[in-house]
Design a protein around this ligand. Sequence first.
Ligand SMILES: Cc1ncc(COP(=O)(O)O)c(C=O)c1O
Length: 394
Amino acid sequence: MNFMPNDNKVVDSKRRSLLKLSGMLMGSAAVATGLSKPAFAVAPTGAATFTPPGADNPIRINFNENALGMSPKAQAAARNAVAKAHRYAKAEITALGQKVAEYHQISPSSILLTAGSSEGIRAAVEAWSPLGSQLVIPELTYGDGEHFANIAGMKVTKVKALANWAFDIAGMKAAVASHSGPSLVYLVNPNNPTGTITPADLIEPWIKSKPANTMFIVDEAYAEFVNDKRFRSVSPLIAQGMDNVILLKTFSKIHAMAGMRVGYAVAHPNAIALLERHVAGEKINFCGVDAALASMNDPAFIAYSKKSNDLSRQILLKALDELQLPYLPSEGNFVFHQLKTPLKDYQQHMADANVLVGRAFPPADNWCRISLGTPQEMQWVADTLRQFRNKGWV
Ligand SMILES: Cc1ncc(COP(=O)(O)O)c(C=O)c1O
């Protein structure tokens, strides 16, 4: 049921919207939308080269990837690294560790590089899964914590969410207090799939109270996209010496390097020493390491990535508002919105229109997670949604 190719009026109106958007991105209107010209002087792959989606090139807004493509400087660094990649990236790994440490204003002994933050999640769960320990998680959050705890044979305690899927921090505290063994608390901030933040004022006092036998993993994969001032990273707490919290970070999101597999943990050196026993010796791939270094040295790309995400979000939310489809306040590179129809039907209609949206996230029935693509892609998706309304599909 691919209505798009046969529906010339739809395609024409989409083309007009896209032309307008290209103007916004590249011309003077960029300033009006908060997109400054210097940022677009570095416009990388993807953004300027939108082609309408087809069966072979669908719009992929299903995995919270960054559709802009890597910083051109990071791409060049990765290409150049190929010629050196018969060696281990010894000096480069040390240089990246130092760069990351500088960024977090902490000693390199508080940094452990990992193959994406997934490896950090697995290492932390393995390291803190002695007999009798539990993983405490909210009922709707990123699945890797639970996944690796199940593999490690660790008890998983899920705490029911508050309204709008907000974390019940009081409920999580109670779950820790009522457990006789050690607890590992996994907090994703902003959360995935909801895209919402948990205010620092709810998290920091709990960490600072140092509950007995408790280690916190705070996963801030999407922190660089956040606008809400109530969010604060736990990074300064670790720099101040707190030894009961591990911060997990990734180059997959704001840096657009998901396929490069680079992430890291920030924690007290004692916690880093424990984590180190559960990773493959910081043997990160050469191309990823050099690309990460180049990307960290390219703040214009990071600013561009943030602003492009803000614009993409604005385009999608405008359409959701118009269609009165409820959504949660998004602070990440994705939006969690509610449907009046079953998710399966919506996914199918989208797939027929060559748009791939997020999977089911139980227990959130009839909610859909839409990752934010490029502004041009989101304009296309917004227009597709409006067509769905005309057809009574949303
Ligand atoms: C909250 C969160 N943490 C970690 C990851 C894993 O990312 P990666 O292993 O690519 O760093 C993801 C991926 O989507 C995520 O959403």
